[in-house]
Design a binder for this molecule. Structure first.
Ligand code: NAP
Length: 245
């Protein structure tokens, strides 16, 4: 019997999970769902659907219609709404649900990190920390910074932001050397980022240049099973949602 797994994607981990599951044979139907935030996404193997489900009700209906047997949420650590929807929909249907989240970043002793609870708080704190900021918070989160007049801003994003902030475009992972160059070329004296985890080249570069980092804490995760590696998630799917350790 073919089992259907929905992978909520948009991350490198989700893509790698779909690749691992594609190798597990044809008894598994893997559908990856993308939010549609970037115009040319890196597509995983298997089926792909793009766009929101229309909240918990829409997702519940979709899971039922597609006869989904299990859901893995491998979305970005800051994509809290879709995670909450998936937790509610799978709970309503009694479906196995796993969250795959890469670990957050670890602060080194020499790091000067200022933790804040939201991007808005980061914008509020920024003028007290530096005067030339590199913003790596995602192009859709830049609006609170547009109100700042005493800080020169440079955003880095995959696609052009739709706010009047100078931007350099790029998709990670990045090399430490090129991150150092970016900081040096623009005389950056503060980095603003979210605790996304994964590629940490910009944090290594900030450490080397003794630049403080304003860092947004992750939203809380739902009280469900969470793993941090693609292998653990693949085992959970392939071997029937047994406990993984
Ligand atoms: P979100 O706030 O959790 O999602 C908002 C809505 O987008 C969800 O309610 C859902 O719409 C839809 N959605 C999100 N992920 C989806 C998926 N994989 N498949 C289908 N629909 C999906 O997340 P967000 O607005 O995308 O992003 C929030 C933060 O995460 C931002 O800071 C962003 O920078 C960061 N981020 C997100 C992604 C991503 O791929 N989502 C990637 C990188 C960074 P419905 O309610 O209509 O179902």
């Amino acid at each position: 019997m073919v089992r259907t797994v929905l992978v909520l994607g948009g991350t490198a981990e989700a893509r790698r999970l779909a690749e691992a599951l594609a190798e597990a044979g044809d008894r598994l139907r893997v559908v990856t769902s993308l939010a549609g935030r970037v115009s040319r996404p890196h597509l995983p193997p298997g089926e792909v659907r793009i766009g929101g489900f229309d909240g918990v009700e829409g997702l519940t209906a979709w899971l039922r219609e597609e006869r989904v047997d299990a859901v893995v949420d491998a979305t970005h650590p800051f994509a809290a709404r879709v995670t909450a929807s998936a937790a509610a929909a799978t709970s309503a249907l009694g479906l196995p649900f796993l969250v795959l989240r890469r670990p957050g970043w670890r602060q080194a002793e020499e790091d000067d990190w200022r933790w804040v609870g939201s991007v808005a708080e980061a914008a509020e704190l920024l003028p007290t920390v530096g005067t030339r900021a590199l913003l790596t918070v995602g192009r859709q989160e830049l609006e609170p910074f547009t109100r700042l007049s005493d800080v020169w801003l440079l955003a880095r994003s995959i696609e052009q932001p739709n706010v009047p902030i100078e931007a350099v475009l790029g998709r990670g992972p990045f090399a430490v050397e090129s991150e150092l160059e970016l900081l040096d070329d623009h005389d950056i004296d503060v980095l603003v980022t979210k605790d996304s985890g994964g590629d940490d080249a910009k944090l290594v570069a900030a450490r080397r240049r003794n630049i403080p980092v304003v860092i947004v804490r992750r939203p809380p995760s739902p009280a469900v099973m969470i793993v941090s590696t693609v292998d653990q998630a693949a085992i959970w799917v392939i071997y029937g949602h047994a406990t993984v350790s």
